[in-house]
Design a protein around this ligand. Structure first.
Ligand SMILES: [Zn+2]
Length: 85
């Protein structure tokens, strides 16, 4: 069994409750990014707002790294296993 972890779009700085399942944080971030781009392209207002906030955050040096590290810690603290397959 693969020990996947689950995080939602919202937990990763997004705007909806879509769940991402991944073994590593990098994979998780990648899925979140891809989803964010799709929502951005479809012009979803909630995600546009969330993305704008992230952009503002990235303006200050080190903020993105800090955000990333915090999320990684959150990911590491998650119990493994998917509630739904
Ligand atoms: Zn989303």
């Amino acid at each position: 069994m693969v020990k996947m972890k689950t995080m939602t779009c919202k937990q990763l700085g997004g705007a909806c409750d879509l769940e991402f399942h991944a073994d590593t944080f990098e994979e998780m971030a990648e899925q979140s990014k891809k989803h964010g781009m799709e929502m951005f392209q479809s012009g979803d207002v909630g995600h546009l707002r969330a993305m704008h906030k992230m952009k503002e955050l990235m303006q200050s040096p080190g903020a993105m790294t800090e955000w990333f590290e915090n999320k990684r810690k959150e990911f590491d603290a998650l119990p493994p296993g998917t509630p739904k397959s």
